[in-house]
Design a protein around this ligand. Structure first.
Ligand SMILES: [Zn+2]
Length: 105
């Protein structure tokens, strides 16, 4: 079975950057808005002349089947099984039963 790694559609993406000018130490903290992040880099350059940065981009990755039809079939089966076994209500009830969680029914 072939798998594909992609960005999770509901996952957050962020960018952060560090100025590489020796001794500067300027950092751009994580931002979910890359355009705003790039504006900050331009501003830092305009103020200091430092124009080299290490950028880091972060996302939430998800592995799915490369066969889109099979992936969709499995999502639907998982949803049916989840609902059959009680869904969120059963999850909450299980949480109250800890530490002995039932494995089978
Ligand atoms: Zn700098």
């Amino acid at each position: 079975m072939a798998y594909t790694v992609t960005s999770h559609p509901d996952g957050e993406r962020s960018m952060k950057a560090d100025c590489l000018h020796h001794g500067c130490g300027w950092e751009l903290g994580p931002t979910a808005d890359p355009a705003a992040g790039e504006r900050e880099l331009r501003l830092h350059y305009a103020e200091t002349g430092h124009g080299t940065f290490a950028r880091n981009f972060e996302d939430v990755a998800v592995v799915v089947l490369a066969d889109v039809a099979e992936q969709q079939r499995r999502v639907e089966v998982d949803a049916l099984e989840y609902a059959h076994w009680g869904g969120a209500d059963e999850d909450a009830a299980d949480d109250l039963r800890q530490p002995t969680r039932r494995v089978t029914r």
